[in-house]
Design a protein around this ligand. Structure first.
Ligand code: CMX
Length: 390
């Protein structure tokens, strides 16, 4: 495969340094790729074709590179159920954690702790076990962090992944079916996004030193927690709440005001996509069915009309269209998951599947099963660091 013209593979110059490896090929990805027009594809399927599948089926796809038939799907749901038990010791680890700590920090600690208790030191076993344990772990994190550590329902291992989370959460006055549907779609849409996004790359890099899947995934979650990465979905819903109107003229004034103040218009723009993210399109369609009259949904519906037009006025902005984060917070809020600081944990929950599958590919499939060596990119010494050399 031709990657460049010289024997360094690329015509690298100093312009390629200190830019976060942007555009520099590192490896191949077997689970997903992103195109400018259709966004992410999982194992060749555009995401818009997968949105209504059960999350378990998409985990199967990412691990096996093909969709399961109905029998395989049933078997895989049972397999994950059989791996789902979370050791009870996790309760005494989570319960004293600082309640004002960010939920992503709780998630990282939770995953690391599970690893100390449950790792088999086997890439695939650990990845599947962690996927199976995530709903209970996340449910417990919500409960302890909210001070609801009493009377937690037993983990019902006959349920599917999403149902096990909402069963542990056990919120009053919510439509559990609507919550399950929104979460299922959310998980499917967020499971994977190519090989080079920061959290996936970080997780694979940690795994390349043969840390366990749990340690690697805790590292990936730390990477995901940053406001420039996964935490954008939290910021996006906070932004929508701040707008406080769905009147097109007022929304336009708000957008222009944000741009004038040099603040981002959240929910719009993308590094790779050059059209509306199909994951946004799917979520808008869901919202039109579920909550067309919700005040925040009305705001994002207006934003979707107004913001691309205003952003297009700036030729520097490569994609003025809606991205995945525009609608997810509004939908989660509508079904009763009202606190934006938790939204990145759902992103993390989903990504455990994609990152887990990619870790397995890099550890035991690629290079005829030999795996990728430990990551060791090259850094060039700067003048200052050479100062004491003769
Ligand atoms: N609001 C304001 N300015 C924006 C913008 C937006 N929505 N989208 C792009 N720009 C600006 C960039 O900040 C950049 O400005 P500078 O040249 O001053 O640095 C310029 O337009 C060109 O940017 P770009 O090449 O079009 O896009 P980038 O790859 O640099 O940035 C992204 C992509 C997502 C960070 C950016 O569009 C943004 O900040 N969006 C708002 C935040 C957001 O919704 N993030 C969630 C992303 C979801 C996802 O990645 O899937």
């Amino acid at each position: 495969m031709l990657l460049g013209q010289d024997d360094n593979l690329l015509n690298l110059t100093s312009a390629h340094l200190n830019i976060g490896l942007r555009g520099i090929p590192v490896g191949t990805c077997r689970t997903s790729f992103v195109t400018p027009e259709k966004g992410v594809h999982y194992c060749g399927y555009p995401i818009s074709e997968l949105a209504d599948f059960l999350p378990e089926d998409i985990v199967y796809l990412l691990f096996n590179k093909e969709l399961p038939n109905p029998e395989q799907s049933k078997e895989f749901v049972s397999e994950l159920q059989s791996r789902g038990e979370v050791p009870s010791e996790i309760n005494s680890i989570l319960s004293p954690l600082p309640k004002n700590g960010h939920p992503m920090d709780w998630l990282s600690i939770g995953i690391h702790s599970l690893g100390m208790m449950a790792s088999n030191n086997d890439w695939k076993e650990d990845a599947l076990d962690l996927i199976a344990k995530m709903p209970r772990l996340l449910g417990l994190i919500f409960r302890y962090r909210e001070g609801r550590g009493e009377n937690i329902p037993e983990d019902d291992l006959s349920l599917n992944l999403v149902e096990r989370f909402t069963n542990t959460l056990d919120l009053d006055n919510v439509d559990r079916n609507a919550m399950n549907k929104i979460l299922s779609t959310y998980l499917v849409l967020h499971m994977d996004h190519g090989g080079g996004n920061l959290s996936t790359f970080a997780g694979k890099a940690v795994a390349s030193g043969h840390a366990t899947v749990y340690s690697s995934m805790a590292g990936a979650m730390n990477a995901l927690s940053g406001p420039l990465h996964g935490r954008a979905n939290q910021s996006c819903f906070e932004f929508v709440k701040k707008i406080g109107t769905f009147d097109p003229d007022e929304v336009e004034d708000f957008v222009r005001g944000e741009l004038a103040a040099k603040r981002p218009v959240f929910g719009f723009g993308h590094a790779v996509l050059r059209a509306e993210d199909p994951r946004a399109t799917v979520q808008f369609a869901l919202g039109e069915k579920l909550c067309p009259d919700d005040e925040y949904f009305k705001t994002i519906r207006t934003l979707r009309e107004v913001a691309p037009r205003v952003l297009s006025e700036n030729p520097k902005i490569s994609n003025p269209n809606a991205n995945v984060d525009i609608a997810s917070g509004t939908l989660l809020n509508y079904v009763g998951l009202t606190k934006p600081e938790y939204y990145t944990t759902f992103f993390g929950w989903a990504r455990v599947a994609g990152i887990g599958a990619q870790i397995i590919d890099e550890r035991v499939v690629m290079r005829d099963g030999k795996g990728i060596p430990i990551y060791r990119p090259k850094y060039i010494a700067e003048e200052q660091s050479l100062r004491h050399l003769d």
